[in-house]
Design a protein around this ligand. Structure first.
Ligand code: ATP
Ligand code: MG
Length: 559
């Protein structure tokens, strides 16, 4: 690896690592970790952290561990562990055999705690949670010392052991670090290290009834694994002095913590707690609802791992919080699919067109290029016959100025087939609704070009009725109707900001035969409509359901 010429531009994190490589601080080693708490599904913010941690390890010839931060027995579930592993693998990263759990370190953490008690740096406290909060003070007022702070080492050791043995009820005792109740940093005011929780843990079962606090477990877990660079989000900056204090008092391996700004995206929300509420209350169909910012939602919607990695690279890392436009993510998937998605024709709101002078029963097949951006993707046959479907919006009885599609008397090109000219409208006599239109075709325009050189302004797509397959198509809009749904200065709950039009279901759409049997998960460009994928959950053989991944242009900008 050549550290002078990294493949990615040098950001502030890589600058720090380069300095360590030069000074030899970690013996030229880089070891990172991704430490999710298994209390929900991963979201696009986690993807940023995954790309960063696994990406940096790979760039410097190091490795990245996967560590589940499972210190809270109440909220964690095996389902989440499995989904997290699936999502990281799907993103294209591999932790090999380095799958760890903070719960694997419970004994070691307990031993470390005993060590601190013996050093006179920790004590068992009998204040209630409310009292601890009260004694803690505020940003402007120093805290008050616990009356149990100066109890003897022996007494604390004995009580801590009895806490572990299950002799006390929940909430009656805690183990606290003895640091400084007057510190300007509230995290240093004798933080709680252990609390009593008579609860089953998904891995350790009933073995423990005292559980380490996140702040006590996190830094030591990094140290135990030999992590060199402990990369985390900005809210942990104020916790760093505490992590440093623990590690220095224990005299163990000292990773370098580096904080970066968490990803915030417009029109969506990143908190697992809030996403869980949407799932529990049935506001979305599940963690993998295609409108969710979760990795499983984006995957089901049709995003590719490449597009998400490109997004992570493009947004980079910064030291200050900022909001990223959701359009940046959408541009990444457009860019990726433009290169690889075959183009097909699909009519989402069909209008029947009868070509009066086309022979009854005749079928022609036209060769259509699958992707003009990549001719190696070949071509396919598109059928043409007397009755075709076009989009309702491609015909207008009273066209506005500048309308180049079909209207009374106009001539347009059916993409790759023939020129057709409008002749007649048929309406439902009761409702006045247009039921079909009649046209004539010009046999001298086969393939879409006129032999006499005449031009038409409009080209529209179509599907031959005799060859069309019916499909359901789901169109999505943002899940929230405001760019910053998480901002509660408007006094509204985030659920009051759900966009009621975030999902539109279209039934009876007409698609080319080429996509009728496409396997779930495959992606296409429906010409003029955007990129779509075959839904992996609701599609049935021969009856595909399509999700619109993204429209062709950034149409949101116009709103
Ligand atoms: P949430 O608030 O959504 O529940 P979290 O930070 O509690 O997120 P963890 O499971 O603890 O979720 O996160 C695992 C890792 O992912 C942490 O290192 C965390 O810093 C990182 N991470 C979480 N959210 C984001 C985000 N929005 N942007 C970047 N990194 C994130
Ligand atoms: Mg967390």
């Amino acid at each position: 690896m050549d550290i002078d010429k990294p493949s990615t531009p040098v950001d502030f994190i890589r600058t720090i690592i380069n300095e360590h490589m030069q000074s030899g601080r970690f013996g030229g080693k880089v070891m990172t970790r991704f430490p999710p708490e298994p209390n929900g599904y991963l979201h696009i913010g986690h993807a940023k952290s995954i790309c960063l941690n696994f990406g940096i390890a790979a760039e410097y010839g190091g490795v990245c561990n996967l560590r589940f931060d499972d210190t809270n027995p109440a909220k964690e579930e095996v389902e989440y562990v499995e989904s997290i592993k699936e999502d990281i693998r799907w993103l294209g990263f591999d932790w090999q055999s380095r799958e760890y759990y903070a719960s694997d370190y419970f004994q070691k953490l307990y031993d470390y705690a005993v060590l601190l008690i013996k050093k006179g740096k920790a004590y068992v406290c009998e204040l209630t949670a409310d009292q601890i909060r009260e004694y803690r003070g505020t940003l402007t007022q120093p805290g008050k010392e616990s009356p149990f702070r100066d109890r003897s080492v022996e007494e604390s050791l004995g009580l801590f052991e009895r806490m572990k043995a299950g002799e006390f009820p929940d909430g009656s005792h805690t183990l606290r670090a003895k640091i400084d109740m007057a510190s300007a940093n509230l995290n240093m005011r004798d933080p709680v290290m252990y609390r009593i929780l008579h609860a089953e843990h998904h891995r350790t079962g009933g073995k423990w009834c005292i559980y380490p606090m996140y702040d006590w477990a996190h830094g030591q877990s990094d140290s135990i694994e030999g992590i060199t660079h402990s990369i985390c989000t900005l809210e942990f900056e104020d916790h760093r002095p505490l992590y440093d204090w623990y590690i220095n008092e224990l005299g163990i391996h000292h990773p370098q913590q580096i904080e970066f700004a968490r990803l915030e995206l417009t029109y969506t929300m990143m908190s697992k707690r809030k996403l869980l509420e949407l799932v529990r209350e049935g506001i979305v169909s599940g963690w993998d609802d295609p409108r969710m910012p979760t990795i499983s939602g984006l995957r089901r919607r049709g995003f590719t791992p490449e597009s998400i990695r490109l997004f992570a690279e493009r947004i980079g890392v910064a030291k200050r919080d900022s909001m990223v436009e959701i359009g940046v993510l959408e541009d990444c998937i457009r860019e990726d699919l433009n290169k690889q998605a075959p183009r097909v024709m699909a009519v989402l709101s069909p209008l029947k067109v009868i070509i009066d002078n086309y022979p009854e029963g005749q079928v022609e097949e036209f060769e259509a290029v699958n992707n003009p951006e990549d001719l190696s993707m070949g071509s396919r046959k598109v059928s043409f016959s007397k009755i075709v479907y076009i989009e309702q919006e491609d015909f207008n009885e009273n066209p506005p100025k500048g309308y180049f599609r079909l209207f009374p008397g106009s001539e347009v090109r059916l993409k790759g087939a023939y020129f057709i000219k409008h002749q007649k409208i048929v309406k439902n006599p009761n409702t006045g609704e247009i039921t079909e239109i009649h046209c004539t075709y010009d046999p001298e325009t086969k393939g879409g070009d006129a032999k006499d050189g005449r031009k038409v302004k409009g080209t529209i797509h179509f599907v031959s009725a005799a060859h069309a397959h019916e499909a359901e198509v789901r169109l999505y809009d943002h899940l929230f109707n405001t760019p910053t749904p998480g901002n509660d200065s408007d006094g509204l709950d985030f659920k009051q900001k759900i966009n009621p039009n975030s999902l539109t279901v279209l039934k009876g759409c007409m698609i080319e035969q080429a996509v009728a049997d496409a396997v779930p998960g495959s992606r296409f460009q429906f010409m003029r409509h955007g990129y779509f994928n075959v839904d992996t959950v609701d599609s049935r053989p021969g009856r595909p359901v399509f999700n619109r991944i993204v429209s062709l242009k950034d149409t949101w900008k116009k709103k």
